[in-house]
Design a protein around this ligand. Structure first.
Ligand code: SF4
Length: 329
């Protein structure tokens, strides 16, 4: 398998909760709570989970669009957490993001030409001719035409706007793109067009994606490996076949049981989870899922399970799979 492009080690992002007259810190929302994973060059790595599980915060922390509280992000062997602003700005040429809502992420006052040209100017592409050549190539590869360059974001449909967002992410020829729910805001009929475009671009430009989504059907289609998040933690990482055919973590099993299955013979028994997702400001001690887990044991209320390889690179954070609980060696 190909080399590691990105490594995330013990990443945390805590947001302080400030209250009172003196704005004192009274606690923390643990949006991302000590997660580690690596992404291989050329793969599509999925980050999935319900809304509020920390997947978007993870994506933004990796790019340092928000500063991580702790932990390391290592890109092509170089630690980028802690890089000074100017060095980080240069590093971002290689690491771009596509946002969920292409409308709010595109400046409505700027034409598509300007939206695509700006990153090139900021990153020092001085030749106007070179900039124009790149812009025209990009607008072609995302399936728009050159006449579109002179229009403004409000003159496009949602799918077209996402194509512009993707073109903008590609302007600096990045190696990694964090795609943060890139199709969730689009009609189902348009979603597959944008997914196909992302796959074509991956092949053409040898891109690596971190694909953030809550829709497990979309993730199954596009991702090579998938990490499942719950309350700021990763509970399972596996390649998509392992994950979809043999989910190990009870939370993953519940999530997948809710995915519509077109083949009635393969239909899973729906697992209905009891209770609400606890607040990330007050996550349960031990396994964060124990308040809703149908298989919870005493140890789950006391000890946080580690993410361990259960075989073949399939990693699970659950006491059902730790040696002390299951008798595994
Ligand atoms: Fe359920 Fe315990 Fe496993 Fe957590 S560690 S998922 S509570 S069995």
């Amino acid at each position: 398998m190909s080399e590691t492009l990105l490594e995330v080690q013990h990443l945390k992002k805590y947001f302080p909760i400030r209250k009172g007259l003196w704005n004192k810190t009274r606690g923390y929302v643990k949006a991302v709570d000590d997660i580690s994973f690596s992404v291989r060059r050329g793969e599509t790595f999925g980050l999935v989970g319900e809304s509020g599980c920390g997947k978007s915060t993870t994506g933004r922390s990796i790019l340092r669009l928000i500063e991580p509280s702790e932990g390391k992000v290592i890109f092509e062997g170089r630690e980028i957490t802690g890089l000074p602003d100017e060095a980080m700005r240069k590093q971002r040429r290689d690491m771009q993001i596509v946002f969920q809502d292409p409308f709010s992420s595109l400046d409505p006052r700027h034409s598509v030409q300007r939206i695509l040209e700006e990153p090139l100017i900021v990153h020092g592409i001085k030749s106007r001719k070179e900039r124009q050549q790149r812009i025209e190539k990009l607008i072609d590869v995302v399936g728009l035409t050159r006449t579109h360059l002179h229009r403004y974001p409000h003159q496009f449909s949602g799918g077209q706007r996402q194509r512009i967002g993707i073109a903008r992410a590609l302007t600096l020829q990045p190696k990694l793109i964090v795609a943060d729910e890139p199709v969730s805001a689009l009609d189902v009929s348009i979603q597959s067009q944008v997914i196909n475009l992302l796959q074509d671009l991956q092949n053409e430009f040898r891109l690596t994606y971190i694909f953030i989504a809550h829709d497990l059907s979309v993730v199954k289609h596009i991702c090579d490996r998938v990490a499942v998040m719950y309350l700021g933690r990763i509970v399972e990482i596996a390649n998509k076949h392992q994950l979809y055919d043999m989910p190990q973590h009870p939370y993953t099993q519940a999530l997948l049981s809710a995915v519509p299955e077109p083949d009635p013979d393969l239909k899973r028994q729906r697992i209905i989870l009891q209770g609400e997702v606890p607040s990330p400001a007050n996550a349960p001690v031990g396994c964060a899922f124990h308040t809703r887990c149908p298989k919870a044991m005493q140890v789950c209320t006391e000890v946080r399970p580690q993410l361990l390889d259960t075989g073949g690179g399939h990693m699970t954070a659950c006491h059902l799979y730790t040696p002390a609980s299951s008798g595994m060696e």
